[in-house]
Design a protein. Structure first.
Length: 424
């Protein structure tokens, strides 16, 4: 009996350690919220984001920055901030993640395996926790299996580590090709755990309520890719909770990964991107150099005359962006329409529980950044409606109890976007 009890205690300790490894490196890190007091300071922060690989910018707006900073870099950053004479607030990062650690250590171990409590997982469903890559694909496959007439499950390609970039095609008759397509993707950045669920929830609700959304699906195919960057997503679960890029390994180099959101072939590496492989915004060796980028671009290019809407779901900040993001001086010819459609979607989101989104270009609200999907879809492929959503949150972690609410309010906005496909 004592042997069994000791073994179980060891298993529990091992399970807790296993679940915590993706946060281990962040002991001693601080989250800095910096308040900008002018254009010069803002430009300085933009430059820091691009050139300083030791600073991880979680959010950068014209008035504020949120930065994750290691203990060794904190004195350097504080010296700079004092010279710039800007106010800031610094908090231990692990305090920010306390709710996360409480959630993910809610475990039970049976037969030497650690799993989340089965009863709680069953009660909450897939939208009550943060599923791993295999669970997301299994759920997608199950949706297609249960709805073979209306849903097709397929792979757009494989990543550098061999995982599938999986998609679901949803239409009233999967054997026919409607002339309009609404494309929705999530999970471009590994650490943005809420985004695959928000996109998957769209597919789930449509397929479980086909009659209610018959008008939305009339002559329109909904194509969802919940997890564009499965390699990075898995890495955030196992090794580094705040990993952003993909996992492209370069021989002889210690730094890994490309920012997929800087790798699309529209004004590639023009602004807000870096050619430093160690940078969080490394844009790759060339436009479309990444397997994940190529998989998405192939699909959109092959269907460019049918795709009328492209939506790229990110986290966090409560923003809806439309082209162009690469320059404040680049104005989309149809910007008035794009702004109107985005504003209507924001209104629908707010109806659920009052969440307010800001609408505009990312260059105008945040900073200039090139190589994103929204600019590529609109500028290179001529897709008439192209948007990026930044979901709610104060960091990349969402309380498990809030997952379903973010999914529901985001769903209202996504449906409003899709309704406008009928314009084309």
């Amino acid at each position: 009996m004592w042997f069994k009890l000791g073994t179980m205690l060891l298993i529990l300790v091992f399970c807790g350690l296993t679940m915590a490894t993706n946060l281990d490196k962040y002991e001693g890190y601080y989250k800095y919220t910096v308040f900008h007091n002018g254009e010069d300071v803002f430009n300085h922060m933009v430059q820091l984001q691009t050139v300083d690989e030791n600073l991880d910018f979680w959010l950068l707006t014209r008035n504020m920055s949120i930065i994750s900073v290691s203990p060794t870099v904190q004195p350097f950053l504080e010296t700079r901030l004092k010279k710039l004479r800007v106010p800031y607030v610094a908090k231990p990062l692990m305090e920010e993640m306390s709710a996360f650690t409480q959630n993910v250590t809610d475990t039970e171990c049976d037969n030497s395996e650690c799993t989340l409590s089965r009863s709680k997982r069953q009660a909450r469903g897939v939208f009550g926790h943060f599923p791993r890559y295999s669970e997301i694909l299994n759920y997608m496959s199950a949706l297609a299996s249960r709805n073979p007439q209306y849903c097709r499950y397929e792979s757009l390609g494989r990543t550098h580590e061999g995982r599938h970039v999986a998609g679901l095609s949803i239409s009233l008759n999967s054997q026919l090709r409607p002339r309009r397509v609404a494309y929705v993707q999530g999970g471009t950045h590994g650490r943005e755990w809420i985004t695959p669920l928000a996109v998957l929830y769209l597919a789930n609700e449509l397929l479980n309520n086909l009659r209610a959304f018959q008008s939305v699906l009339q002559d329109t195919e909904i194509y969802v890719v919940p997890l564009v960057n499965p390699d990075g997503y898995e890495y955030t679960h196992t090794r580094d909770r705040f990993w952003r890029k993909n996992r492209h390994h370069y021989g002889g180099r210690s730094c890994v990964g490309v920012d997929i959101n800087r790798n699309f072939a529209n004004n590639w590496n023009y602004r807000g991107a870096s050619q430093n492989l160690c940078s969080e915004v490394y844009s790759g060796t060339s436009p479309g150099s990444e397997a994940e980028t190529s998989a998405v671009a192939r699909y959109l290019s092959a269907n460019r005359h049918r795709v009328k809407l492209s939506l790229d779901v990110h986290s966090f900040g409560k923003y809806i962006f439309y082209p162009y993001g690469y320059s404040r001086n680049a104005l989309a010819p149809t910007r008035n329409l794009l702004h109107s459609v985005a504003q209507r979607a924001a209104t629908q989101i707010a109806k659920y529980r009052g969440t307010r989104y800001s609408v505009g270009t990312s260059a105008g609200i945040l900073y200039e950044a090139s190589g994103g999907l929204d600019d590529y879809a609109y500028g290179n492929l001529g897709i008439p409606m192209s948007f990026t959503l930044e979901l709610p949150g104060e960091n990349f972690q969402v309380a498990q109890s809030d997952i379903i609410h973010i999914c529901k309010e985001t769903f209202a906005g996504l449906i409003e976007f899709i309704r406008h496909v009928s314009l084309y």
